[in-house]
Design a protein. Structure first.
Ligand code: DQA
Length: 149
């Protein structure tokens, strides 16, 4: 059975590769999406990867994912720390659409404001601190979660 996974990247993640490489690494978003598609092939998961700098667009994609996808892999970027609306959207689509939150950086090892995630309590799990590998680890975790009896 092929799992349908929606991958959402939030604000500023389109600039990966050139954005603060000391924090976020040199891997571009296109390279991350390619790695997820390749891993998805081996895991039996079809990934649809999207990025937006706009909270409303991310909300619409989460709402519209109902009935079309089985899971969400989501890096909300800075909205992690500010967006009650995105947290509410994740709660609204759960449990039919379980979400794994991912971060390139370890948000608990940075400025105190980044240690709070409004979205994480609405997710089945979080992966962070492993650079681009956070995404592939997160995809493995999400597919394992979906395949669990
Ligand atoms: C991030 C961490 C956030 O605090 C930051 O605003 C980002 C990226 C990460 O992937 O490490 O944009 O979500």
């Amino acid at each position: 059975m092929t799992r349908r996974i929606l991958v959402l990247h939030g604000p500023n993640l389109n600039l990966l590769g050139e954005r603060e490489p000391d924090v976020y690494g040199a891997t571009t978003l296109a390279e991350i999406d390619d790695a997820l598609a390749t891993l998805g092939d081996t895991l039996g998961a079809a990934v649809d990867c999207r990025q937006s700098n706009h909270e409303g667009q991310l909300l619409d994609w989460i709402h519209d994912a109902r009935g079309h996808f089985e899971g969400l892999l989501f890096n909300p970027g800075a909205y992690t720390h500010t967006s009650l609306a995105l947290a509410d959207a994740l709660a609204a689509v759960a449990p039919a659409l379980p979400c794994v939150e991912v971060h390139l950086s370890n948000i608990h090892a940075r400025e105190p404001i980044r240690a709070t995630s409004l979205t994480a309590p609405r997710c089945v799990g979080i992966v962070g601190g492993f650079g681009a590998a956070s995404y592939t680890l997160g995809l493995r975790a999400l597919v394992d979660y979906l395949n669990a009896p």
